[in-house]
Design a protein around this ligand. Structure first.
Ligand code: UD1
Length: 367
């Protein structure tokens, strides 16, 4: 019996690797991995996959970049063909990118059960493309795997019955725990020429921050200000690099900001682990810093991951670039109060539910 796993963009690889390897150990299904190709660069895809020791995908859909409608539609068309070929008993999707929604929609229309890893997250900001993807994917899913109690509450509030919700914990943290020691030992900070604990690591790629030229200009000014206080390391996402242009990158470099290309999984984890502070508008980075005990400043008006505020090391800055002046390097290695079920074993719990659920369906079918 075939199960199809979908990955498409950088964070999907990190969330799905533990699920695929847990199912592999159980030997329960024939696993087919589909890479939509939403992210395709060596830096955004191949290097991350290699660091995670991710199995080579069975199908590569070559979707590439494009406007939301175009990208999602291409996924829908190409994935329908995969479903026809493979006839899976279930499709597993993760996170909130366009590939997640496209594949969930294709599967639901074919009457194939959908399982969603990282269900129930809500920023309540309908202007975020990811929020649209999350809400719709959850609505299309039969099995909803949650990583925090508020995700369970959000799903219940939307009328999802308890039988579909499985509170399994955070598979992204499984990947982190597996690689943490190797990442720390890499000392990626030394390669960038900064001292452990004495730099801020910055990542920014949200359309709301980088697609508006005025907002981006004010962010550049604020980062210039920060770089006068301490070293700033900025691995620049392709979307952000395109918006900054050469002039923007030069200005940052002249201010002393270390502008580098996106990094592989291990190098980026290493830089996070050694940072005095992390400034980000990413979702996953809020979680990873919470697990590493590193101060995170989230440069967004809202977070769909409030547990990282209450139980972790995250501070929500809002999206006014003036607030970046509040960033401080924190000289502690916090032992964050462990977030329940962010324990390195979430992938195994997902596998267990998938196997049991399938066995149950088979038993019913036999009657
Ligand atoms: C996507 C996700 C976002 C996630 C992010 C992680 C959606 C709606 N957004 O945003 O939720 O946080 O991935 O990185 O799915 N590009 C390259 N090489 C690549 C991929 C992209 O150069 O391998 C460039 C292209 O110019 C593209 C732009 O980056 O137009 C944006 O890529 P896209 O996949 O549309 O969205 P992200 O901003 O990466």
């Amino acid at each position: 019996d075939t199960i199809v796993h979908v990955v498409g963009a950088r964070p999907n690889f990190v969330k799905m690797a533990p699920v695929i390897s847990a199912l592999e150990r159980r030997g329960a299904f024939r696993q087919v991995i589909v890479h939509t190709g939403q992210h395709y660069d060596a830096r955004m895809s191949d290097e991350i996959l290699a660091d995670l020791e991710f199995p080579v995908p069975d199908r590569f859909l070559k979707i590439g970049s494009g406007a939301h409608g175009e990208q999602t539609a291409k996924v829908l068309v190409a994935f329908e063909e995969v479903l026809r070929d493979e006839q899976p008993v279930a499709v597993v999707v993760a996170g909130d990118v366009n590939s997640t929604l496209g594949c969930a929609l294709a599967a639901a229309k074919h009457g194939i059960p959908v399982a969603h890893v990282e269900a129930g997250l809500r920023s309540f900001d309908w202007g975020m493309p990811e929020e649209v993807n999350r809400v719709l994917t959850d609505r299309l899913s039969d099995l909803l795997f949650t990583h925090s109690p508020e995700a369970v509450d959000n799903l219940r509030a939307e009328g999802v019955v308890d039988g579909r919700i499985h509170h399994v914990g955070n598979t992204m943290i499984d990947s982190l725990r597996r690689s943490e020691r190797t990442a720390r030992d890499r000392r990626a900070w030394a390669q960038v020429g900064v001292e452990r604990g004495e730099y801020a690591l910055v990542t920014l790629h949200r359309p709301s921050n980088v697609d508006d030229p005025q907002q981006l200009m004010r962010i550049v000014e604020a980062l210039d200000g920060l770089a006068h206080r301490f070293p700033v390391v900025f691995p620049i996402h392709p979307r952000t690099r395109a918006r900054l242009g050469e002039a923007g990158v030069n200005r940052l470099e002249n201010a002393g900001v270390r502008c580098i290309d996106p990094l592989g999984y291990l190098d980026f984890l290493s830089l996070q682990s050694g940072a005095g502070a992390v400034v980000t508008d990413s979702g996953g980075v809020q979680e990873e810093t919470s697990a590493l005990g590193v101060r995170c400043y989230t440069f967004r008006p809202s977070t769909e991951r409030p547990i990282t505020l209450s139980h972790g090391t995250n501070i929500l800055l809002g999206d006014d670039p003036a607030s970046l002046a509040e960033v401080q390097l924190v000289d502690w290695e916090a032992t964050p109060s462990a977030i329940p079920l962010w324990d390195g074993h979430a992938g195994e719990r997902v596998a267990e539910v998938l196997i049991n659920n399938y066995a149950l369906t088979q038993a019913f079918a036999a009657h």
